[in-house]
Design a protein around this ligand. Structure first.
Ligand SMILES: Nc1nc2c(c(=O)[nH]1)N[C@H]1C(S)=C(S)[C@@H](COP(=O)(O)OP(=O)(O)OC[C@H]3O[C@@H](n4cnc5c(N)ncnc54)[C@H](O)[C@@H]3O)O[C@H]1N2
Ligand code: MOO
Length: 641
């Protein structure tokens, strides 16, 4: 029987309710183990720790110099030095025990050695001057740590110094992840395209291992409630927490709820959060107190539940408080619509342009993994908010340091694979500088520079009247601009290998049975297409697939590769990457438009150095379909008449 969600709860309420239940069942009770101090890094002390020895254990010199009796130094000054004789001083080094009867040290640079047996001093020193006393650092019997202290490298040093060679720490939790789904297969064992690579467990295992939890991952289990139940029952005894992967929503083969209902008390099924909605939070009946958590199957959802539910539970169990990531306010560069009924988590790129932070939303949706790897931070759009307007200020919780974010170069505009190559070379030349690349088309790029929301835009805008690239647009839309000539690139028709539909020119796009894939409106490639269609007198409504839009060259090529289209307009490199045929039609000029203020930024100089480097030029000249003849030439609005 399919189970549609129980009453859904808001995230804080769901977490609270579950924690209360786990508290009742005794899950958060501290369990401890004794381990060697040397191996206790990042572990949490289960009890307080007292020093067994003092540090230091003897009175010692804190400086290199001479040990003296302070009373012999009384009256010495620069104007009136005092001489000490053989038995009144002893040469001594830092850390050496003080000789009997001596109570102070004068640094060697403040001593004039007259001869082997005589020194002259210029200061009067009090008792214990430059001397380390017994227990100066820690006294035997001092409590050096309270319970629940997280052990850092310097803590281990102190523990060893005070004679504590073993420590009682909170026991490591052991969790078991059971991926479920007949379609999912360990990635290395995939034999057909309909298999889904089982990738969630590697997130779960490593995410939790960074919090100090040992995770055992079982091989994927088919969608069969009897098998899943049997496995849970068999392993429950050996683990502190069981994570059931996928099958938590309402599909015909989503059995996690059924398993949870049979074996456990379900506390929460369904949370008002996206991604992450179909989560199950339960407590095993068979092994009372043990959490059974149904993680949603989509990677984006699984990750959210790890962060928002599993992590707080682990931290509570370990009595750990970790530093929170930074929160900043940043301006949205897009209008974003969001669900009215759920809190929505959106992964974003963030950069600082002039004095303000801006964020660009990454791909949305629970099924996509890339945003989890590219994000600089996240924005939560609360339920009840349907639209975030462009220009609205939002709170961003960063997942990188502000230092890194402040150096991020925001690149927007037209898409070209050479930009990722440029970003890679920028890293090669200065590892501290990253580039966030956002494909919004050439006009989108131009607009972002006009609004001072990005540092660089990649543009290739053909002016229909003059046939000239970019400059006419810049003159029209920007008062002040800085354009760097970048590459000429070959645009042409991307067709299937062997060109089975015998497509030779744009005229063939209207042929019967030819399916086209287009680029999005306002992209330079779309403008280029429309310009030539008009010149040739071709009516777009006669092209099958003209309305079918992709956002990148690679997206177009992939559609052709997979047979969803016969032809698309794009760059040669995209055709080459997918081993497709390419019919070159035009050379177009793809240039870099800079925010004028960015010219004074050291990252601009770096970019210029990279783009002019032999290294980059050698690499780029080997790519198919590019001409680097004018690369790095700068044109400023003021230079033009
Ligand atoms: N009719 C409805 N359908 C769905 C709803 C809904 O409310 N009503 N909720 C959607 C939401 S939201 C989510 S999130 C997903 C997740 O649901 P499940 O937890 O039941 O997951 P599955 O459907 O089994 O799998 C989803 C997707 O993820 C892949 N998957 C599963 N395990 C793994 C793994 N270990 N590694 C990588 N990928 C995995 C699986 O193959 C599916 O493609 O449901 C919506 N549907
Ligand atoms: O809410 Mo689901 O978890 O979007 O992906």
């Amino acid at each position: 029987m399919r189970k549609i969600y129980l009453h859904r709860l808001d995230l804080p309420e769901a977490l609270d309710k579950y924690i209360k239940k786990l508290d009742e069942t005794g899950f958060f009770k501290v369990e401890s183990e004794v381990i060697p101090t040397r191996l206790a890094l990042n572990r949490v002390l289960a009890g307080s720790v007292y020093a067994r020895k003092s540090v230091p254990m003897f009175i010692s010199a804190a400086m290199d110099g001479i040990a003296v009796q302070s009373q012999h130094t009384v009256g010495a000054t620069k104007a009136n030095p005092k001489r000490l004789k053989k038995d009144q001083f002893v040469f001594i080094n830092t850390g050496n025990p003080m000789p009997e009867g001596f109570d102070a040290v004068i640094m060697i640079e403040d001593v004039n050695i007259v001869d082997e047996e005589t020194v002259e001093i210029y200061e009067s020193v009090p008792p214990y001057h430059n001397v380390r006393m017994i227990g100066e650092d820690v006294c035997e019997g001092d409590m050096i740590f309270t319970r629940y202290h997280l052990l850092k490298p310097q803590d281990l040093a102190l523990l060893l110094a005070v004679g504590v060679f073993e420590v009682e720490v909170v026991k490591k939790m052991k969790a078991c992840m059971i991926p479920t789904g007949t379609e999912i297969v360990e990635p290395e064992k995939i034999t057909n395209d309909l298999h889904i690579p089982e990738t969630n467990s590697v997130i779960v295992k490593n995410f939790l291992s960074m919090l100090g939890v040992d995770v055992e991952v079982l091989p994927p289990v088919p969608d069969d409630p009897t098998i899943i139940k049997e496995i849970v029952q068999n392993i429950a005894h050996d683990f502190d927490m069981i994570l059931l992967g996928a099958g938590s929503s309402a599909g015909t083969v989503d059995y996690s709820y059924q398993v949870a209902e049979d074996l456990a008390e379900v506390i929460v099924h369904g949370i008002n959060i996206r991604p992450g909605k179909p989560t199950i939070l339960a407590v095993l009946k068979t092994n009372p107190g043990k959490p059974l958590i149904g993680l949603p199957g989509y990677p984006g959802s699984c990750y959210v539940i790890l962060e928002e539910i599993v992590k707080p539970i682990v931290l509570r169990k370990y009595k750990l408080i970790l530093p929170k990531s930074e929160r900043i306010y940043a301006v949205s560069t897009r209008r974003i619509s969001s669900s009215i009924s759920d809190d929505e988590i959106i992964r974003v790129s963030v950069g600082k342009v002039l004095d303000k932070y801006f964020f660009i939303p990454l791909k949305r949706g629970a099924a996509v993994m890339e945003p989890l790897t590219k994000m600089d931070g996240k924005v939560v759009i609360p339920r009840g908010v349907e639209i975030v307007e462009e220009g609205e200020l939002c709170q961003v919780e960063t997942s990188k340091s502000l230092e890194e974010i402040d150096k991020n170069i925001l690149f927007v505009g037209s898409n070209d694979p050479i930009i990722s190559i440029l970003a890679d070379f920028v890293k090669k030349y200065d590892y501290t500088i990253g580039m966030s690349i956002s494909n919004v088309g050439s006009m989108g790029g131009l607009a972002a520079i006009a609004k001072k929301q990005a540092h660089i835009a990649g543009i290739h805008l053909l002016d229909a009247e003059s046939g000239e690239y970019n400059i006419p647009y810049l003159k029209k839309y920007l008062e002040n601009f800085v354009l760097m000539k970048f590459v000429k690139r070959s645009q042409g028709l991307i067709v299937q290998k062997g060109n089975p539909k015998n497509i030779k020119s744009l005229l063939d796009l209207t042929k019967k049975g030819v399916r086209f894939v287009n680029r999005q409106k306002a992209s330079g490639t779309r403008i280029l297409l429309d310009y030539h269609l008009q010149k040739l007198g071709i009516d777009p409504s006669h092209i099958e697939g003209y309305q079918d839009e992709e956002f990148t060259h690679l997206g177009v090529a992939l559609k052709v590769k997979n047979g969803f289209a016969d032809v698309g307009l794009g760059i040669a490199l995209a055709a080459e990457i997918f081993n497709l045929d390419f019919i070159p039609l035009f050379w177009e000029e793809y240039d870099l438009l800079f925010l004028p203020e960015f010219l004074h930024d050291e990252r601009f100089q770096l970019l210029l150095d990279v783009i002019s480097s032999k290294d980059f030029l050698d690499f780029a000249s080997k790519l198919k379909g590019y001409d680097l003849g004018q690369i790095s030439k700068i044109i400023k609005s003021g230079d033009l008449t």
